[in-house]
Design a protein around this ligand. Sequence first.
Ligand SMILES: Cc1ncc(COP(=O)(O)O)c(C=O)c1O
Length: 487
Amino acid sequence: MNHAQAPVIDAIRQYREKDHLAFIPPGHKQGRGVDPRLAEVVGKDVFASDIILLNGLDNREMDRGVLARAEELMADAVDADQAFFSTCGSSLSVKSAMLSVAGPGEKLLLSRNAHKSVVAGLILSGIQPVWVDPRWDGRLHLAHPPGPDAVDAAFRAHPDAKGMLLITPTDYGACAAIRETADVCHAHGRPLIVDEAWGAHLPFHDGLPAWAMDAGADLCVTSVHKMGAGLEQGSVYHLQGDRIDGSVLAARASLLDTTSPSSLIYAGLDGWRRQMVEHGAELLDTAIGLARETRDALAAIPGIGVLGRADLVGPGLADDNDPLKILIDTAELDRSGYDVNQWLRERHRIDMGLSDHQRMAAQITVADDGETTGRLVDAVRSLVGRLDEIPVAEPIDLPSPADLELEQAMSPREAFFGPLEDVPAHRAAGRIAAETISPYPPGVPAVLPGEVLTQPVLDYLRSGVAAGMYVPDPADPELATIRVVAR
Ligand SMILES: Cc1ncc(COP(=O)(O)O)c(C=O)c1O
């Protein structure tokens, strides 16, 4: 296919050049009605390119195939049979993916380190989760995706499960053995869905971990705004083979999708595909080299640890890792990742990704160069001389991996929609949670609706919040009270 084309971007250009006059949404009418104070900040071009799809970018019957051609090009670029653009982030795509293989009351295998959007999908759909335990690294207190053996055991115990949803890479950059997991699923006659929200770059460089479509998965979901260079909320589902019916996926996705997709977000997806096909290998090569140099420079700073492949990959751990994720360990400085993250933002205007009790993550993408990574290294170096500005880490009661596995006493849907009450945290142990509690980022729930709360998990979350952990989902984000199923 001719990847120099960019159907959405070309349609936006033509629409603007042909001086269309709209009597349909968006009501700003390509910027004519926008408040100038808004346009001054975000740019008038944003509005000029914000064009309705139906009877705007394309005709009323979509017979120019603008979106369809852009999706075909995307599928071709990443070795999928079909690609579907979505403008509602992978939070929505992952729900559509789940619905494409299972319906209310049916079982789906899910790795327990799932993103909170998966839990929302369970609550909305009534799909019954069968949790597959992640591989826990008790030393670093990290959860890695489950291995194929655990998936095989789960299918043997639940042969009626409709498929498996695997999350890889994690926000920490840890990756699963997709090929082997797909083989297990297929041996049981079931599809593998991969939540590859963090993997939009993977198809475009051989030195990166396996891309789900190349490794035999049936359906994968990516967020092009995360590791790619699309606009926020730009997400794509990729489908191959015949274990999942594309028309079923499209029909179920449309239950959730917007009827007013953003042309700007579509353009971001179209532009990313063209950029990657034409220049991806070279751009990602540079990014990988830059990440390596940055990791080395950070590791040379006294007191700063940098987690590398040897810490993440190996027997009982992950199967691969994304070299573009740099995990900075602050344990030796006796400072938490939460507080260092905040200090870097306030002092140096450096914004980091996830942080936890002793780490924070920096992602390197095709947007970086020696200047950006140099600024990061300089800021982290200056941290070591300014420790008096950052509080000493508050102790967090970290539970053992076994303590993190909570009993599922009710389905997430029943617990979430049932009669509720808020109880003081010190009286919550033994009660069934009616809310999701996820340290954010990465947004992987420690507690799900329907799970029985235990003292070690409550102690972990409450001491975590006291130490700077951010838990936005519960009714009381300070966790003085917990929302539980009423007795
Ligand atoms: C593993 C995983 N899946 C899905 C999502 C949701 O993606 P989005 O932010 O594009 O809605 C995230 C977001 O962090 C994630 O980490």
